[in-house]
Write a protein that binds this ligand. Structure first.
Ligand code: GLR
Ligand code: MG
Length: 433
């Protein structure tokens, strides 16, 4: 490969707003459009690699100077991305002690912000490198150990439509606000995508109602893996009560209580495995969680952890400690689903179906949507990620982002969306129950 084929000559950052349905979580409601950032790196020989990450202003603020510093660097210098990121200043006002609503991943820090940005660039560089070498991304990570990756149906309590007076796209999923609605949604997921494992986003209704929904799912899908994730909304005692009532049907309970000490207390008093994408989101958080037995499954997310190679490093640490690994997701497009699928294909001991919001995203920036068949996404062997940008779609979604009428939606704010339904709504204090 010539040096030119290797050298970054241009980087394009395209923030977009993509349709998001009225999904409920413990913090509120999804807004009708959600921001994402599409990253393209171009090499001297015209090869383009694509990546994707969060698109709120605090990520754009880091991504822009980072992108400006990339020209002239090699697409293969993946380790150098981290050194470069360390030199990008993060405005202290952008990181506070609040839980990050976009990822619901514990306290926001400058490092987490930088890693989330680096992840998108790492994926774009891997895509370009793979195209240049004629190799799929999974080969650059050491090679796939499976031909398809299993995903879980990501069930949400939801309204049929966005609140009155809020413009948004319509879909045909209908409302799911009670056990029957949740089961109907699960049946649609099974019918449309073939999913055989189900995760319910909880922390929305009092635990008794969510217990009833899981019981209804267990009756409708006997023996299928079921998960419940209230995003840390419960006290230790409530978590234990739910674990006791659902222990016979749960594959795992996800972030029942907030923070490692509370999770450790729950874990010490139940046999139900605990999973997290909130208390273990950085390498620094691992020792406390693993040595106290706070979690049994870490839900990795390459956006949080700084990319695909860090995800593999996380998997190795988990393996060392006998902790299982799977994958978290929130609102993402096909570029990230492709990236998730490549890295998941290379992790040998992946024993739980991964999460993906993708079925909720009716819009994408690809010429061809990725498909779930029998709940699986096939691992592409095409060079790079195996996806192609649809420039017209990208432009249209970018124009929406530029449109001043949509400006308030450039920041994800689930509490603001909820106030359209309930003007008194404030992000609930935890534990909520
Ligand atoms: O597993 C999780 O905790 C998530 O997916 C967090 C997300 O932010 C999800 O709750 C959402 O988008 O509402
Ligand atoms: Mg979670």
């Amino acid at each position: 490969m010539s040096t030119a084929a290797h050298t970054i000559t241009d980087v394009r950052l395209t923030p977009v707003l993509v349709a998001d349905p009225p999904l409920l979580n413990t913090q509120g409601l999804h807004q009708p459009y959600t921001p994402r950032l599409i990253i393209e790196v171009e090499t001297a020989d015209g090869t383009t690699g694509v990546g994707e990450t969060y698109g709120d202003a605090k990520y754009l603020d880091v991504a822009r100077p980072f992108a400006a510093a990339l020209a002239g660097r090699a697409i293969s210098d993946l380790n150098g991305l981290f050194t470069l990121a360390d030199s990008v200043a993060v405005d202290a006002a952008r990181v506070d002690t609040a839980v990050d609503v976009g990822g619901l991943r514990g306290v926001q820090t400058a490092d987490k912000l930088r890693l989330s940005v680096v992840s998108g660039f790492e994926v774009a560089c891997l895509d370009a490198l793979g195209k240049t070498l004629g190799l799929p991304v999974h080969a650059l990570l050491g090679g796939k150990v499976r031909d398809s990756v299993e995903y879980s149906a990501y069930l949400f309590y939801r309204h049929a439509e966005h609140p009155p007076g809020v413009a948004g796209e319509r879909d045909d999923w209908g409302a799911a606000l009670d056990p029957a609605g949740v089961v109907a949604q699960a049946r649609l997921f099974a019918q449309r995508y073939g999913f055989t494992s189900f995760k319910l986003k909880g922390g929305v209704f009092p635990p008794e109602q969510e217990i009833a929904a899981i019981r209804a799912l267990a009756a409708a899908f006997p023996g299928r893996p079921l998960r419940l994730d209230p995003n840390g909304a419960w006290s230790v005692e409530t978590s234990l009560k739910v674990a006791a009532e659902l222990g016979d049907v749960l594959e795992y309970l996800e972030d029942p209580a907030l923070g490692t000490p509370a999770m450790a207390e729950v874990a010490a008093r139940t046999e139900v495995p605990l999973a997290t994408n909130m208390c273990v989101t950085t390498f620094d958080e691992i020792p406390a969680a693993f040595t106290t037995g706070a979690v049994q499954v870490v839900l990795s997310d390459h956006h949080y952890w700084g990319g695909l190679r860090n995800t593999r490093e996380l998997a190795a640490v988990c393996r060392t400690f006998g902790i299982a690994i799977s994958m978290h997701s929130n609102t993402h497009l096909g570029i990230s689903l492709a990236a998730m699928t490549h890295v998941a294909a290379t992790v040998p001991d992946l024993r739980h179906a991964c999460d993906s919001h993708y079925p909720w995203q009716s819009e994408d920036v690809l010429t061809e949507r990725l498909r779930f068949e029998g709940g699986h996404v096939a691992v592409s062997d095409a060079p790079g990620l195996g996806v192609e940008l649809d420039r017209d779609r990208l432009d249209a979604l970018h124009r929406r982002w530029l449109d001043e009428d949509f400006a308030p939606l450039r920041e994800r704010d689930d509490a603001a969306a909820m106030r359209r339904l309930d003007p008194e709504w404030r992000t609930p204090l935890v534990p909520r129950w």
